[in-house]
Design a protein around this ligand. Structure first.
Ligand SMILES: CCCCCCCC(=O)SCCNC(=O)CCNC(=O)[C@H](O)C(C)(C)COP(=O)(O)OP(=O)(O)OC[C@H]1O[C@@H](n2cnc3c(N)ncnc32)[C@H](O)[C@@H]1OP(=O)(O)O
Length: 158
């Protein structure tokens, strides 16, 4: 069994979900440039409480749009633990409804909307603690086999 298969679970409701791998830009604890996203399961949702910091700034005081997209893309990656199969992003759409502020706490949540064959249609939102939604997103993930992840380094396994 690969490390990825072990991470896929199953994971009970409420469980903290393991990082994709230690160097992952979104969630890896050993990536000094990363977002160190910490994600748990809430029923059919994957959820994170997250604060963007000065490493992620775009306009002064506001998170870079690419940083927000990075975190959303990575959050979607945790839905795969619920689906039980590896998949990768084919399309990512972000609606930036309001500035995402540096140093402010946000709730991020994502869910699977539906599945059609290998395609997973997913959606997510970024909400401030006062309830205002700062960003929404949809994405299409496509399931892949384990060999997909060994294309760059044949000996690597995530
Ligand atoms: C372990 C998880 C870690 C998660 C980390 C966070 C997520 C990530 O950052 S993943 C990294 C970024 N993504 C990538 O690197 C993926 C790069 N792309 C690829 O490798 C390939 O394009 C891949 C594998 C997604 C699909 O390739 P391939 O297997 O040839 O599929 P392909 O036939 O082109 O398309 C698959 C299906 O999706 C459909 N499709 C493609 N694009 C779209 C779209 N935009 N909208 C809807 N459907 C689409 C196709 O029509 C096709 O449908 P069907 O099966 O019904 O014919």
């Amino acid at each position: 069994m690969t490390a990825l298969q072990q991470r896929i679970g199953p994971h009970p409701d409420g469980a903290h979900l393991p990082a994709h791998h230690e160097q992952c830009l979104g969630c890896g604890v050993d990536n000094p440039h990363g977002h160190h996203l910490s994600v748990h399961r809430e029923g059919d949702l994957v959820v994170a409480t997250h604060v963007f910091d000065d490493r992620h700034v775009g306009a002064p005081g506001i998170a870079h749009g690419g940083a927000v997209a990075t975190v959303l893309d990575d959050l979607y990656g945790f839905l795969l633990y619920l689906v039980g199969e590896p998949a990768v992003t084919r399309q990512l759409v972000v609606e930036y409804l309001a500035p995402v502020l540096i140093g402010t706490t946000y709730r991020l949540e994502a869910r699977v909307d539906r599945r059609e064959g290998r395609k997973l249609f997913v959606n997510a939102k970024v909400t401030a603690l006062d309830g205002r939604t700062a960003a929404t997103s949809t994405a299409v993930f496509v399931t892949v086999d384990a060999e997909h992840f060994t294309q760059a380094r044949p000996s690597s396994a995530i």
